[in-house]
Design a protein around this ligand. Structure first.
Ligand code: FAD
Ligand code: SF4
Length: 490
């Protein structure tokens, strides 16, 4: 044997990373299940189950291929690697560049050598080159450059269909009583059962833990959901938990599926003529635009970026985030309950409900980030940090987004069916039945009016404060709401 190839739990692809040129005659394959990963934090067990079971299935597939596979449990990754290295005569260890600053530094300090991380469509230095040439890091500009660079939905330098995006068509509210095609249920095997028993996890059938299952999920999306993805992508409804979202993020993030495989299938479906352009473009933007941009920004902005707190938000995490019985807000109760069942909700509840609430209540960004990291099936450092710190709670002062995504109950009422049965009224901003989102939205603008008045994209919203005749009552109600949150009574 000549070397040890270390496979982090998010590099599970045979054809990419350090495995791409692996040889069963000369390479030992190493996996480490570290205690930091399993018991280090209050992780959602669905998430742990998914990550560990996927890694064990993948390790088994390499063994079946004839590789010598070492799968060890240890206090830390480095401890595990030391054990494996001891057993294999101090062979050198190689790995694809890890996906977080922390793991990168730890493995480098231990002497692991890296091959380039090709689990994304955009090499890190190419993104840096793009970012360094920009005045502001607008995702839309990056996305257009990606379409041209990758040759996706373009004719020369012009967008197919005459427009770079079709957002206007993609903002429909949910239809009444919307069922839609059923989602896949994933069967469980002995490896799954073993992992679930170790974690004390009650298995669900929501997430696949094998490449075969992940590919079945992808096929199901393209066959049954892709055409309708766009128009309803921002809608929220209690009638259908996923609407037409792909549910592919966990598999692309742990690399049971490579993003190029998803894009290839999306372009093929679009070229077959069976998918409207607004759905195809909307979905492709998520993968070649948002996902690549977020990863690029994570590396570009550096390890200290996660500590930003531009708005000096100091509130502790609200009890309702971990216990839905601590709120009467129907939208939040439904969303947190969904997260407890499946470790997933789509981008609009993440942005316009959870992050919006953290933003307008002045919740500490790092406390909120930690919670988001723990509960989502697809949460990794590189993706959660920019999405929360930059997009969700504007803690970076606008380095990523030109304005904060703050909204009152009117937006949620328009885009969901949550408000009708709710104890609160989205139209009211004062009084006991006022929607907390509506009250706190105005209170947030009022508290930060000096900061936002300078932002030309926010000045109109801030100017709206002048029209409020009930500002003193609103400020009073906001204080009641914030105190009520702490007691779990709102
Ligand atoms: P679809 O709606 O079907 O979208 C297709 C794919 O596009 C996703 O699978 C994902 O790979 C990619 N994508 C879309 N938006 C983003 C984005 N903003 N950043 C990165 N990838 C994107 N996504 C994660 O994978 N992990 C996270 O921890 C995560 N945290 C988020 C936190 C906040 C505050 C917000 C606003 C978004 C976050 N997202 C995260 C992005 C997005 O919400 C999820 O990727 C999506 O909901 C996953 O479901 P899906 O696969 O059905 O996505
Ligand atoms: Fe949420 Fe307000 Fe609507 Fe209630 S009224 S569901 S709190 S947005």
């Amino acid at each position: 044997m000549k070397r040890i190839i270390y496979i982090p739990f998010d590099h599970l692809h045979r054809k990419f990373g350090a495995l791409k040129d692996a040889d069963s005659q000369s390479d030992v394959i190493a996996f480490v299940e570290s205690a930091r990963m399993t018991t280090g934090r209050n992780w959602h067990t669905e998430r742990l189950f998914f990550l560990i079971s996927s890694a064990r299935h993948f390790a088994k597939s390499l063994e079946d291929e004839g590789f010598t596979v070492e799968y060890v449990k240890a206090a830390t990754t480095v401890d595990g690697l030391k054990t494996i290295q001891k057993k294999h005569k101090a062979l050198p260890i190689t790995c694809a560049e890890p996906s977080s600053f922390r793991q990168y530094d730890q493995l480098k300090a231990f002497g692991v050598t890296f091959v380039p991380n090709d689990f994304f469509l955009t090499p890190r230095d190419l993104f840096t080159q793009w970012a360094e040439g920009q005045k502001s890091y607008l995702m839309e500009n990056f996305y257009r450059a990606q379409r041209i660079r990758l040759g996706i939905m373009v004719e020369g330098n012009k967008p197919t269909g005459g427009s770079w995006n079709f957002d206007k068509e993609n903002r429909l509210p949910p239809p009444k009583k919307y069922e839609g095609p059923a989602y896949l249920e994933h069967k469980r095997d002995e490896i799954d059962k073993e992992v679930a028993a170790e974690l004390g996890h009650t298995m669900t059938t929501t997430w696949a833990t094998t490449r075969k299952g992940a590919l079945a999920q992808m096929k199901n999306f393209f066959d049954n959901h892709f055409a309708e993805f766009g128009p309803l992508e921002d809608a929220m409804t209690t009638d259908n938990w996923a609407l037409h979202h792909s549910l592919l993020s966990p598999y692309i993030n742990n690399n049971l599926i490579h993003p190029s495989e998803v894009i290839h299938a999306a372009v093929k479906a679009f070229n077959s003529g069976s998918v409207p352009i607004e759905s195809a473009e909307g979905f492709i933007r998520q993968i070649i635009g948002w996902r690549e941009y977020v990863n690029g920004m994570y590396w570009f902005l550096g390890p200290d970026y996660r500590e930003n707190n531009h708005l000096n938000a100091t509130r502790k995490l609200l009890p309702l985030f971990s216990d839905p019985s601590k709120t009467q807000m129907n939208c939040i109760k439904e969303t947190v309950t969904d997260i407890q069942s499946r470790a997933w909700v789509h981008h609009i509840p993440r942005l316009m409900l959870l992050s919006n609430l953290a933003l307008i209540t002045g919740t500490n960004p790092q406390a909120f980030l930690d919670w988001m990291r723990e509960v989502f099936i697809d949460a990794s450092e590189w993706v959660m940090v920019p999405n929360v710190i930059g997009m969700g709670v504007h803690a970076d002062g606008g380095q990523m987004m030109t304005k904060p995504y703050a909204a009152g109950g009117a937006y949620i009422s328009r885009m969901s069916n949550y408000c009708k049965p709710c104890a609160y009224n989205p139209k009211l901003r004062t009084g006991e039945t006022a929607c907390p989102f509506t009250t706190l939205y105005w209170d947030f603008l009022d508290r930060h009016k000096e900061t936002f008045a300078k932002n030309h994209r926010m000045s109109q919203q801030v100017f709206g404060l002048n029209r409020l005749s009930d500002l003193p009552e609103l400020r009073e109600r906001a204080q009641e709401v914030l105190a009520g949150f702490e007691k779990g009574q709102i």
